[in-house]
Design a protein around this ligand. Structure first.
Ligand SMILES: Cc1cc2nc3c(=O)[nH]c(=O)nc-3n(C[C@H](O)[C@H](O)[C@H](O)COP(=O)(O)OP(=O)(O)OC[C@H]3O[C@@H](n4cnc5c(N)ncnc54)[C@H](O)[C@@H]3O)c2cc1C
Length: 191
């Protein structure tokens, strides 16, 4: 248990956690963000769908700006991974992997999701993402592949739906099943 009790601890310092921290700090609450530093946003080479950035913005640049904005209004940003949360009366006690303790009256979890990576060497994967050859979000990026040759890695409803969605942007779409056999049902084939 520590002496300082924050109004809110935000776990995760990606765009979601930092945006929450800006709002909370501007409500004049004492807020701390604890972040492991593995935001998916950090891997965005250049985002072109973010309102207000007509020439695009990299994920790292965006995170840097949002961190500065949160700090400007008084949010405390701390590097670390939260490993345990316990409640003692009205106070939550959090412990980080480094053994630090943080106490707060409320906890906001904004820990994001993990990419399900295709089976390939990590260095090759990271290079492909950095060069925008491998993408994770048809909603964000479909526009960018207009009239190009595209392969969707996936199968079943998810894979087929993403491939069909991308057909609105390019005629050349191949659906690749990572497990060799496609899991397609008659319903899907009739879509
Ligand atoms: C290659 C790529 C390109 C993308 N391009 C775009 C785009 O152009 N436009 C767009 O809008 N979106 C894009 N996205 C999606 C965007 O990155 C995510 O929607 C966004 O990052 C989600 O924000 P988040 O804060 O929810 O999660 P994240 O950004 O993943 O942040 C979660 C944070 O929580 C931390 N965390 C997790 N567990 C703990 C713990 N126990 N303790 C402390 N911290 C923890 C993580 O380390 C991480 O820093 C892209 C994603 C990828 C992978």
């Amino acid at each position: 248990m520590t002496d300082v009790v924050y109004d809110c601890v935000v776990i995760g310092g990606g765009p979601a956690g930092l945006t929450a921290a800006i709002y909370l700090a501007r409500y004049r609450l004492d807020v701390i963000v604890i972040d492991k530093g593995e935001s998916r946003a950090a891997t965005i080479p250049l985002s072109r769908n973010h309102a207000g950035f007509p020439v695009g913005i990299s994920g790292l640049d965006l995170l840097c700006r949002v961190r500065a904005q949160a700090e400007k209004y008084g949010a405390t940003l701390r590097q670390g991974g939260v490993v345990t949360i316990e409640k003692d009366g009205n106070v939550f006690s959090l412990r980080t992997a480094a053994g630090e303790n943080v106490a707060a009256r409320t906890v906001l979890i904004a820990t994001g999701v993990f990419n399900r990576r295709p089976a390939m060497p990590e260095a090759m994967h990271d290079d492909a993402v950095a060069r925008s050859l491998l993408r994770y979000c048809p909603i964000c990026d479909a526009y960018e592949i207009t009239d190009q040759r595209v392969a969707v890695i996936g199968t079943g409803d998810r894979g087929v739906n993403e491939a069909v969605f991308l057909r609105s942007f390019t005629e050349d779409v191949t659906l690749i099943s990572p497990a060799l056999e496609h899991e397609l049902t008659q319903n899907i084939l009739l879509v």
